[in-house]
Design a protein around this ligand. Structure first.
Ligand SMILES: *Cc1c(COP(=O)(O)O)cnc(C)c1O
Length: 363
């Protein structure tokens, strides 16, 4: 379904050669510092910290926000979002998503706020923004922290973030895993508007160490190595060309899929096109999402039911449901399918995939 960007092997060897002499392999070496600065510049924030993956970044972020009790979270996300809440001993409470973007629905969040609520965690699904204005207002009204899982939103065309300070929330996490658009093999980042939180996040990622003899808080090892940072510096150079190539392919999908009844494109066309997601309305299309998924698989076309199952359907979160159920998220999880998309997929393959989807509609 996706293929990671790869730098030329010689460029990688050239970049890491110095590490074999300097033996500075991790702990904020020069490549790490270079990548952190380059990403901060791209995002337009002076408070970006690099982490060794998105999940530890989210754990580190949540650990520094003085949370307690319940955290309202979207079920339409990768399980890591809810796991990070749960691993810190907090209770995830799932809210429903909106029918247009499948991001957390501020009205459903409002229904679930109690005296025990301390934060809201939303995911920018397929690069579509959460309603950060409404969520920011809820946060101020009820004194809640606002956290965004931005694992799908890095690499969007500028501006990476809209100019509203609410867009970042208290903190936004990015994942730089190999399956994401921009990657460092394994990696992640936190962005915040607060210098104080940025300092706390950096300390949390390095065992709570403040100075040689002062360990000022409980922390972990969330550091990115020099070898990973080298991959990041090289993929960053390829990123704009990759986004451009994916945008052309996504436009190809859009043109072809517009002719097929029951197939609705979900990916915002201004996003970095990390995923090309569609929704299959079975009454109109004539087949369910699962039938199309299996049919494509039989042709060796790999699509993904993303996100299925919902985080709220995992047995470990069986008691985490708020009132009123999650009808929109449940439907999204039944109907969404992510189609293959990567820079060198080729328009001929996009055509082949769309031919298969159109043929199935008529069968
Ligand atoms: C990939 C992903 C994560 C996890 O990021 P890692 O870097 O793999 O730890 C979390 N949330 C979402 C929405 C993701 O897509």
């Amino acid at each position: 379904m996706t293929r990671p960007m790869m730098p030329a092997v010689d460029d990688y060897v050239d970049l890491v050669k110095g590490l074999f002499q300097s033996r500075v392999l991790t702990n904020s070496g020069p490549l790490h510092e270079g990548l952190e600065a380059a990403l901060a510049q791209r995002v337009g924030s002076s408070h970006l910290s690099l982490w060794n993956n998105g999940t530890t970044a989210l754990l580190g972020a949540l650990s520094q926000l003085e949370l307690s009790g319940e955290v309202i979270v979207t079920p339409f996300t990768f399980p890591a979002t809810a796991h990070a809440i749960s691993m810190l001993g907090l209770r995830p409470v799932f809210a429903d998503v909106t029918p247009d973007t499948f991001t957390i629905d501020p009205a459903s969040v409002a229904d679930r706020i109690t005296a025990d609520t301390s934060a809201i965690v939303g995911t920018h699904v397929y690069g579509n923004w959460c309603d950060y204005t409404a969520l920011g207002a809820l946060g101020r009204e009820h004194d809640l922290r606002i956290v965004y899982d931005g694992a799908h939103s890095f690499g969007r065309k500028a501006p990476v973030f809209p100019t509203s300070p609410d867009a970042i929330g208290d903190v936004t996490m990015f994942s730089f895993h190999a399956t994401k658009l921009f990657h460092t093999v394994e990696g992640g980042a936190l962005v915040t508007n607060s210098a104080e939180l940025d300092r706390a996040f950096r300390r949390a990622r390095n065992f709570g160490i403040a100075s040689e003899e002062e360990i000022s808080m409980v922390g972990m090892n969330g550091k990115m190595s020099e070898f990973h940072a080298a991959m990041g510096l090289l993929s960053l150079k390829q990123l704009d060309a990759e986004v451009e190539a994916r945008t052309l392919l996504a436009d190809g999908y859009r043109r072809r899929l517009a002719e097929i009844p029951g197939i609705h494109v979900l990916t915002d066309d201004r996003s970095g096109q990390q995923y090309f997601a569609v929704r299959i309305e079975d009454a109109e299309y004539g087949h369910s999402r699962d039938e199309l998924h299996l049919y494509l698989r039989s042709l060796n076309i790999v699509s993904r039911k993303y996100f299925y199952p919902l985080a709220s359907d995992l047995p470990q979160y069986a008691d985490a449901l708020g009132p009123g159920g999650l009808p929109v998220a449940e439907r999204a999880s039944r109907e969404c399918l992510v189609l293959p998309l990567y820079g060198d997929l080729g328009l001929d393959n996009v055509d082949r995939i769309c031919d298969a989807i159109a043929w199935k509609a008529r069968s």
